[in-house]
Design a protein around this ligand. Structure first.
Ligand SMILES: *Cc1c(COP(=O)(O)O)cnc(C)c1O
Length: 405
């Protein structure tokens, strides 16, 4: 399928290019030392992703450890309530550890093992990536250092406990605001010192090349499964596919199954409390081109051109940029990006729980809310929503802040 001059039959062969660019976005804006380390990872990845031993081991892990394929569920009561549009969800909440993140963490840790590394390193904000990586490290018998700001350590006690139970070393970062940005800096510093023995595992389709490509490839299992399952269930393709976008890994995984199809694709960013800078994290909607954390993309900037403070009710979505491939697909118009605010999100959280018996993560609730809005607009057809994770982690917060609705 051709779209705006880009041939999507060969899209995955051509994007990213060999330097990690999706058009002008992506690349590798890092120190020479780290560049060498990233080149080593790129080379190893290109070798093993063609090795049948690696592929069959990853396949076995997905089936026997993660519980894949995850199903697609038809939302009968919600669809009935909204009119003539049929809504479906891809159930990444049923992937082991309760979200899509384990899909790329298992791939990254398997890569670490094949490269002969002893340790995996990462940062975490809300703790979701840390828990998924700690799980993967336990599975492969790797050491695991997770860098986390002291503010987040206090806020996310259950996830800190999970990481420790899984045997990870949670390293407290106390400088600056002591949240995610400082944790990223500290993890990069540690990696610069330890790259001979360790590999840095990025938690989304962000960071320097090869991570946006590698994480997309590991997550593409979501879209490949979903396309096949949907066609088997309904005999046709969905009219629309929807996913929430923080860094953009669950969305890229889902979208990669449908980019070459006549399907409308929607990426949903968090509008938070308002459109004012600092009140949301809708970087593709309101941002501009810029480099941060080693890659060029569209980002929200403060008056000095630095990454702006961002906010979302979903801690997994509050990142001031998005993966370079999303910036590319945005400019191209192949994917439409839109926003959902906190209020609409909380409403969707309770609606899906009540009507379908599925408690969604607050992140995923953004996609559900958009699916509900789109259903009213479309009038007829079908929508497939990526339910990136389960909401157990969010229940205490929602009950305290919003009560039972
Ligand atoms: C981390 C997380 C997200 C956001 O990350 P992406 O890379 O944008 O997918 C979304 N949903 C859940 C459940 C998460 O844990």
């Amino acid at each position: 399928m051709k779209f705006n001059g880009i041939e999507f039959d060969t899209y995955f062969k051509n994007y990213p290019d060999k330097n990690g660019f999706f058009g002008k976005y992506g690349g590798s804006y890092i120190s020479e030392d780290l560049k060498k380390a990233m080149e080593e990872i790129t080379e190893a990845y290109f070798t093993i992703c063609k090795s049948s031993k690696f592929i069959s081991e990853l396949r076995k892990i997905r089936k026997e450890f993660q519980g894949r394929p995850t199903p697609i569920s038809y939302l009968e009561r919600l669809s009935g309530k909204l009119g003539n549009v049929q809504l479906y969800v891809k159930r990444e909440d049923l992937n082991h550890t309760g979200a899509h993140k384990l899909n790329h963490c298992m791939g990254e840790a398997l890569l670490a093992k094949y490269m002969g590394k002893k340790k995996v390193i990462a940062e975490t904000g809300a703790g979701q990536h840390g828990v998924a990586l700690a799980t993967a490290a336990a599975y492969f018998g790797l050491e695991c250092d997770i860098y986390m700001g002291s503010v987040d350590i206090k806020k996310q006690a259950p996830n800190v406990a999970r990481m420790k139970i899984l045997g990870a070393n949670v390293v407290e970062v106390t400088h600056g605001l002591a949240t995610l940005k400082e944790a990223v800096d500290a993890a990069f510093d540690a990696y610069t010192r330890e790259y001979k023995d360790a590999i840095y595992c990025i938690g989304s389709v962000v960071g320097p090349h090869p991570f946006p490509m590698m994480v997309r490839d590991f997550q593409s299992v979501v879209g490949i499964e979903a396309r096949e399952q949907f066609v088997e269930m309904t005999g046709e393709l969905p009219d629309a596919v929807v996913a929430c976008v923080g860094g953009g890994s669950n969305a890229m995984g889902m979208f990669s199954g449908f980019l070459n199809d006549p399907v409308d694709i929607y990426g949903i960013e968090p509008l938070g409390r308002s459109t004012a800078l600092g009140d949301h994290a809708a970087s593709l909607q309101y941002g501009e081109e810029g480099v941060m954390h080693g890659f060029n993309s569209i980002m929200l900037k403060d008056e000095n051109g630095d990454p702006a403070p961002v906010y979302s009710v979903a801690s997994g979505l509050d990142y001031p940029s998005s993966g370079p491939e999303h910036a590319f697909l945005h400019d191209l118009g192949r994917v439409k990006y839109d926003v959902i605010n906190d209020e609409e999100t909380i409403d969707a959280f309770f609606t899906l729980s009540r009507l379908e018996g599925i408690i969604p993560a607050i992140e995923s609730s953004h996609a559900v809310a958009y699916g509900m809005k789109l259903a009213k607009k479309m009038g007829r057809g079908s929508i497939l929503i990526c339910l990136s994770g389960r909401g157990d982690k969010d229940m205490d917060y929602i009950i305290e802040k919003y009560g039972i609705r």
